[in-house]
Design a protein around this ligand. Sequence first.
Ligand SMILES: [Ca+2]
Ligand SMILES: [Ca+2]
Length: 343
Amino acid sequence: MTNLRSKRNIFIFLVLLLVGIPLTVFLALKQQDIRSRAGGGGVQFEMSPQIATKAPNETFSIDVNLNSGVFSPAGLDTTITIDKDIVDFVSFTPASSFDTIINNSYSASSGILRITAVDVSNTPPTGTVKVGTLTLHAKNVGTATVTAQNDPQVVGLGQSTALPIGTNLNGSYTIAVPTPTPIPTATPIPTNTPVPTVPPLTPTPTLLPTDTPTSTPIPTATPTPTPIPTATPIPTATPTPTIIPTGTPIPTQIPTNTPAPTNTPVPTTIPTDTPTPTPASQFVGDANGDGCTGILDFGIWLTAFQQAPLPNTNPDLNGDGSINILDFAQWYNAMHDPIVVKC
Ligand SMILES: [Ca+2]
Ligand SMILES: [Ca+2]
């Protein structure tokens, strides 16, 4: 009895172990996945694929994505460092996520790619946004890293400052000479085994057929007469009782309500309108000072960002003393703020 109980306990323990271990591993991986997706609470750049092995002289492409998490990115200004000793830069093709590409330049001497892109449309992208496709050429054997720098500026809808940057998911690409597949040696063809000669067969004597006896005829059965069924009696119909209608009830008269006397309206004095102050937007988008925010203001910011400020304009929309993508964020969000006058 004790032995039986002990066996049963071992069986229960093993079942719990078999179910428990995969469940624990699954939950741990799920937690890790959630943390990975969150990207440390901010936006993050990610190379896809992150790891690959390529042969020398091979040209290959990787996607540069921006995982924007809960934010809606409206623009970015970032640099990506490419391991120029191992791979050569071929091209960077921007995706259509951002409609205005301001910078797409690569420096062969430093191995730095700069991408500046903004979206002027009314529908900013969300979630994981493809920034573009980076094409590289494997030059030397080794491991090439493709690293998004930690100083990118990403601006988003409703955000007057740069979005927080999480942990970037950089790329690592191994360039290696592929090991040749060994050619299998030919299998020797076996020589034919000599077929033994068969001794001549002794003829089997044929059996003579014996006479088949003729069958005895079976006597035919005499048919028995079928009995004629007697008629089934038809039941007589049961009479249905007639229902006598009850008298229609006479409706009782509902007394009419006596109308209550209406109150004589007391004339109210109309208060004079207190002017409500117009709330000011937290965003500034008017770069040319004409009292409204429009595409001309974007052009003024863009000119100042790429070249030099135009006279009698204020492209430093956030007033921090420099012209960068944060000023674009001011203009972009002013365009999306209903209280800002548009032109
Ligand atoms: Ca303006
Ligand atoms: Ca500024």
